[in-house]
Design a protein around this ligand. Structure first.
Ligand SMILES: Nc1ncnc2c1ncn2[C@@H]1O[C@H](COP(=O)(O)OP(=O)(O)O)[C@@H](O)[C@H]1O
Ligand SMILES: [Mg+2]
Length: 323
């Protein structure tokens, strides 16, 4: 197959603890995951911080050796045929440096083109084309130091496309971008689809996966929690109601009591300034509000709202309330 195939992939990290470094702690970052990505598919890998997204991508990009299982990119094994895999991929890791700020956008691309041994004849045509693709055509002659973060991130995309790889790994590429920059960046990702690239995008924003991806895999603690289209994941919560309650200083015991109630399907707490937002998922709708408020008796409660579930809620439910 020409896309990406992942079979029982696993990665364990061993860290030594203690003064004499005798205790070895094992962290199973990726725990036996399997899925495949079709050629030309824009596939989302979604999960909270520490879920194992970056570790998965690094193994696919040949930057980390798997502890178990196997993976193939464009039919090449990521361990045995690492060199072939490298020729077929481009990647961006969130918050990456690696552009020359004193050079213009065009000169950065010229420099990387020669580094990647792109034929001068090819890069002469390809560089203006890529600048246009990432929306930097008018700004290519300016120094990168004057670019916004979003523009820099788009230049990274152009850089990674210089050798025209069929497969792209984008690891949380919109992290740290302002909302406008992130929206423009998502537009660029969309346009890459017209180029028939196979794209693996990791994100912890459900709406981003929803807006862009044909299919989404949700991972949590290194394990696959779900894999489906965004529409199917939404159906997973269609009969659910979400009750949002603002509470000022909720003790952990109260959270745990509520979590254990039979009317609660799942529960998440979002810390906000001076208060917490309690997100309660229930299949009983607004009728649970009195029981919930009774459990919060004695605490200062702000706004209470019952709303329809979103894809974000499907995600919260899948990862058991960790957001
Ligand atoms: N080099 C490393 N050494 C030890 N532990 C690591 C290393 N890299 C990642 N981990 C751990 O593996 C788990 C998964 O990390 P990561 O793949 O970066 O998650 P994500 O990208 O989803 O936030 C986390 O618990 C993280 O602390
Ligand atoms: Mg990560």
């Amino acid at each position: 197959m020409q896309g990406i195939e992942i079979d029982n992939l696993k990665r364990v990290f061993r860290t030594k603890l203690g003064v004499f470094r005798r205790t070895v702690k094992e962290i199973v970052a990726v725990d036996d995951i399997s899925f495949s990505i079709q050629p030309g598919e824009l596939f989302g890998l979604l999960g909270p911080n520490g879920a194992g997204k970056t570790t998965t991508v690094k193994m696919l990009a040949t930057l980390l050796i798997p502890s178990g299982g196997s993976a193939r990119v464009m039919g090449y094994d990521v361990v045995r045929d690492a060199r072939e895999v490298q020729k077929n991929i481009g990647f961006i890791f969130g918050g990456e440096r690696g552009l020359y700020w004193r050079l213009s956008g065009i000169d950065n691309l010229r420099y990387f083109a020669s580094l990647y041994h792109v034929e001068p004849d090819v890069s002469r045509k390809r560089i203006p084309y890529l600048l246009e693709l990432v929306g930097l055509k008018e700004r290519g002659n300016e120094r990168v130091e004057g670019y916004s973060r979003g523009m820099k991130q788009r230049l990274h995309v152009a850089r990674t496309l210089l050798h025209d790889p069929p497969v792209l790994f984008l690891d949380e590429p919109t992290i740290g971008l302002d909302p406008v920059g992130a929206r423009e960046f998502r537009q660029v990702i969309k346009s890459l689809q017209a180029e028939h690239k196979t794209i693996l995008l990791t994100t912890h924003y459900m709406f981003e996966a929803d807006a862009l991806c044909q299919r989404v895999a949700v991972i949590n603690h290194g394990k696959l929690a779900a894999m489906d289209t965004p529409e199917a994941l939404k159906r997973f919560v269609q009969d659910l109601s979400v009750i949002e309650v603002e509470v000022y200083g909720i003790p952990a015991e109260v959270v745990e009591t509520i979590r254990g109630r039979e009317y609660v399907d799942s529960l998440a707490v979002e810390n906000q300034e001076q208060k917490q937002l309690l997100l309660v998922h229930s299949f009983r709708g607004s009728q649970v509000v009195p029981s919930l408020l009774a459990d919060l008796n004695g605490l200062r409660v702000g706004r209470v709202q019952v709303r329809e579930p979103t894809l974000e809620d499907a995600y919260v439910r899948l990862v058991g309330g960790e957001v």
